[in-house]
Design a protein around this ligand. Structure first.
Ligand SMILES: *Cc1c(COP(=O)(O)O)cnc(C)c1O
Length: 391
């Protein structure tokens, strides 16, 4: 592939960011300064009033009864697992292999065994057929299937209808890893109100991000909510120094809650902008690459816009060429978890490999995606990919 001479020129206004947090900050700066100053004035840095206010606002936003904020999205998964009782290595928890490592890491840290499941080639989310295969196989291997952690990859909710049917049939719980999908919806329900529990992350580049680490657990179950509130403060009982269980130190800082409250006010608008950008990409790119597929009755928050390159294309070359043209890209994910050093000894749904995930890891490419990408920048990206992917 020869270096290309682009007919369109890079819009000079500003350089293209993979995720642009600066423009959003400029728009909110005054309000953020006031919100931060308020916390500095009252000085309640841990579990201050903004934390409770954020939890109530998030609960209302997604229509769930309880929101328990915590230190990060990985802890949210760990807290959700701990709240459902102790796990042993005989306890099998099913996770997609095509995800960020934290989903499986939380299971191992909680004492259980992750079982890796393949994903669907069009949505990149957990494949119910592979899940069924995984459940049967782990039973044969002598494990006790306990729960499923579907991941809403790149912002699109997984196929919960089929997953929950399998869960009921096998008496498993479902905890949704919504680290990438907060704000999305599935069959009229918002992420947070799907599954027995759901979790999310407020890591800065997630669709709703703070200025540091943060996370939350969502549930309609009163008892689980009480347990998680105790777990995030070292397993605290009714008094501060009364410990009724082993817990963690995992709270969301008051400052981060104050920041999130301001960001939440523009979140709906940003979700709409992300969807408009995805539509523009889809229309511009659908004839040259495989564009993302969103299921019926499902809305994505487009944490990532991820295409699949045609097999005759050398991905490393495309990445280099785009980089030279000032277009940043990322590969989510280069190696599925079942092939990684830390995870390859855990069970997987099929001994012959998780072929869809293995193939996707070779073909995927994530493009710049954030609410402040302007149409000129987008057209330039579309144009560059079209020229690079022509036969
Ligand atoms: C980001 C992410 C996490 C972890 O969130 P942190 O806040 O970084 O701990 C977990 N699962 C998925 C799918 C993620 O994308």
């Amino acid at each position: 592939m020869a270096s290309i001479e682009l007919s369109a020129k890079l819009p000079s206004k500003h350089k293209i960011s993979f995720v642009d947090l600066k423009t959003q900050q400029q728009a909110l700066r005054l309000k953020l300064d006031i919100a931060i100053a308020k916390v500095l004035d009252h000085g309640l840095y841990i579990l201050g009033p903004e934390v409770a206010e954020l939890e109530a606002t998030l609960a209302q936003f997604c229509g769930v009864k309880h929101v328990i904020s915590c230190a990060n999205g990985t802890d949210a998964l760990i807290l959700g697992l701990m709240a459902q009782g102790c796990l042993t290595q005989q306890d099998a928890i099913f996770v997609p292999t095509f995800t960020f490592s934290a989903t499986a890491e939380a299971i191992v840290l909680s004492g259980g065994t992750p079982v890796f499941i393949d994903v669907l080639p069009d949505t990149f989310n957990m494949d119910p057929a592979s899940l069924e295969q995984g459940i049967q196989l782990t039973k044969k291997l002598g494990y006790k299937p306990r729960g499923i952690i579907p991941v809403d990859l790149f912002g699109q909710p997984a196929n919960y209808q089929m997953i929950e049917t399998l869960a009921r049939k096998n008496q498993l719980w479902v905890m949704a890893d919504g680290a990438q999908s907060f704000g999305a919806s599935y069959k009229g329900k918002r992420v947070g109100n799907i599954g027995k529990l759901a979790t999310t992350s407020f890591f800065p580049v997630k669709p709703l991000g703070c200025y540091g680490d943060g996370g939350a657990v969502f549930t309609n179950d009163d008892e689980i909510s009480q347990i998680i509130k105790s777990l995030r403060v070292h397993g605290q009982g009714t008094h501060k120094y009364d410990n009724v269980r082993i817990g963690l130190n995992s709270r969301l800082d008051t400052l981060q809650a104050a920041i999130l409250l301001e960001k939440l006010k523009i979140f709906e608008k940003e979700i709409k902008q992300r969807n408009d950008i995805a539509t523009r990409y889809n229309n511009g790119l659908k004839d040259v690459v495989r564009v993302p597929c969103i299921m019926e009755d499902t809305n994505s928050v487009w944490a990532q816009y991820t295409i699949r390159l045609p097999s005759f294309i050398q991905r490393t070359q495309i990445v280099d060429e785009l980089h030279k043209l000032g277009i940043p890209t990322m590969i989510y994910y280069v190696t599925p978890l079942h092939l990684q050093t830390a995870y390859r000894h855990y069970p997987r749904a099929s001994e012959s490999g998780l072929v869809v995930s293995e193939q996707l890891s070779q073909e995927v490419l994530s493009l710049p995606m954030h609410p402040y990408l302007d149409p000129d920048q987008q057209d330039y990206i579309i144009h560059a990919i079209k020229e690079l992917c022509q036969i």
